[in-house]
Design a protein. Structure first.
Length: 254
């Protein structure tokens, strides 16, 4: 059995056939999904979905790419949701210095406040980091008590090692399945397995062979097979280890 540690199954792209997508995931052995939000406006929808569907676990956060949707008072709203709803993580939060026009200082403000909320409530964080890994690592170190995952990791082995030293996992998904991703594949092949989480980032980041199509959690099985091939290990071993990791990070019952 597999856990998709990063799925946006709540978004509009799945509204027309969400039940079928979830059924395909379960058929493929993806029985559980961690579902992070991107803005306060989506919190209600995610809560309702996770209450209605077994195996979906909510995380509440303010995504850096959706900066225009955030207001400082939303941080107070986020705190209320965390206190009341007891999510499995704070996120998706982080820094994105790749997309043009996103105010860097505003991103830093929201990210740090969310790290502080995670520390206050002793929750892991689900972190988005594009062209910002060094600063993300520094922020995690500065706020302290870090745990969680940098999802869709795209950095160097040294940056990955710094995260592991902090006790933070890296999430790998669709990009790993492309042969041109040599650095990422090298990390997956040799990294300490206890710091690896598998993800799809559905509906985004389609796998090799699925370009141009909507990504979905059932394809996590292919990500797992890719990691297994890179490490020369049985897929069942990778599935079992990464499932244990997700259960540990997000405190899910086995």
């Amino acid at each position: 059995m597999l856990i998709d540690s990063h799925s946006h199954i709540d978004v509009a792209e799945f509204d027309a056939d969400r039940a079928q997508v979830l059924a395909r995931a379960r058929e493929a052995g993806v029985a559980r999904q961690v579902v992070p939000t991107i803005a306060l406006a989506g919190f209600d929808k995610l809560r309702a979905l996770c209450r209605d569907e077994a195996g979906l676990y909510p995380a509440y956060g303010l995504h850096p790419m959706y900066l225009a949707a955030h207001r400082p008072e939303h941080l107070d709203g986020l705190r209320d949701w965390i206190e009341r709803e007891h999510p499995v993580a704070v996120g998706e939060c982080g820094l994105d210095f790749f997309v043009e026009g996103l105010d860097a200082e505003a991103q830093r403000f929201y990210f740090r406040r969310q790290l502080e909320l995670a520390r206050e409530f002793e929750l892991p964080v689900i972190v988005h980091a594009r062209r910002a890994l060094d600063e993300v690592i520094a922020a995690l170190r500065s706020v302290g008590n870090a745990s969680g995952v940098v999802h869709s990791f795209s950095g160097s082995e040294e940056q990955a090692r710094q995260l592991w030293k902090l006790g933070v996992c890296i999430g790998l998904g669709g990009p790993l399945t492309y042969e041109r991703a040599r650095r990422l594949r090298g990390i997956a092949a040799t990294m300490p397995l206890e710091f690896l989480l598998l993800e799809t980032d559905s509906p985004d980041q389609p796998l090799h062979g699925h370009q141009g199509r909507r990504n979905e959690p059932a394809l996590l099985r292919e990500v797992c097979a890719c990691v297994a091939a890179l490490r020369g290990a049985p897929a069942e071993e990778i599935a079992a280890a990464t499932t244990r990791n997700a259960e540990r990070v997000f405190r899910l019952s086995s």
